[in-house]
Every structure is written in C-alpha cells, then in structure tokens.
Design a protein around this ligand. Structure first.
Ligand code: ZN
Length: 139
C-alpha cells in the first residue's frame, strides 16, 4: 500500500467550453494553474465519448466510442504527475433514458460541463510503469 497525505490548498469550479474535448480542456487548465494533485468531480452533458475498461489479462485498455448525446451522471477522478505533467485520471458514468455507459474516460466532446477541483498541497504522487498490472501507478 502507498499512502500520501495532503492538506487542501484551494478549490475551483470550472465551466468547460462547448464543443471542445473535456480531457484536453481539463489538462490545459491544470497546466496553466500549476495544479499537480487534485480530486476531480463533475456533472454535465457530452457527446462522442470514448470510454473504456482495462482488460486485466491482456493488460490493455478496451475502448468504445459512444456517439450519443449523454448526461454526465457522475465524473470523478484525481490528478497526479505522469511524465512530469499533471495527469487527470477520470472515470465517468454517462447515461440517458435508462441507458448507462461507464468506464475510464479517454475523451468526450463537451455540451456543458461543470467541474469541481479540490487542489491538494504538497508533493504530487508520480505515476510510473508497474509491470505487475501494466498500468502507470503511483510509485
Ligand atoms: Zn481509469
């Protein structure tokens, strides 16, 4: 088990721009504001989302594009450092009219999106390749 302890430094509410990629916008904001560690949550609506899950046997992500217009029923994740840059790791539950799609979020076109960022203080956890899982985990 790895353990990191932080104090809350500051927080943001961020409204993302229509028509642009959710993950790209969030990554740009993190870089611009110098945020290296954070808790992320959000709600809103997107289309053309690319989500996926990690195949634990093959050690690779299986991706799926969902072209529907969907509500972000839940978005949560964290920010840490990967390759020296802030890396948002985001999971979502997207849905509409009883249909639900969930998984790791790779990209999504924003219709409207409200993000809450809780920025944490002190040294950011760093993601390194973990040969046991094939994932980039906090080292
Ligand atoms: Zn993930």
């Amino acid at each position: 088990m790895k353990r990191f302890e932080f104090k809350i430094k500051r927080s943001y509410l961020v409204r993302l721009d229509y028509g642009k990629d959710l993950v790209d916008q969030l990554s740009s904001f993190l870089e611009k504001e110098g945020v290296q560690t954070a808790y992320v949550s959000g709600i809103g609506a997107v289309k053309n989302a690319e989500i996926g899950y990690y195949d634990q046997k093959k050690k690779e992500y299986v991706k799926r594009r969902v072209e529907e217009e969907l509500e972000i029923l839940s978005l949560s994740g964290n920010v840490s450092l990967k390759d020296g840059r802030p890396y948002p790791h985001i999971h979502v539950v997207l849905g509409k009219d009883g249909n639900v799609y969930a998984g790791h979020l790779f990209s999504a076109e924003v219709f409207a999106c409200e993000i809450f960022l809780l920025v944490l203080d002190d040294e950011a956890p760093v993601r390194d390749f973990d040969s046991l899982t094939g994932l980039f985990l906090w080292s």
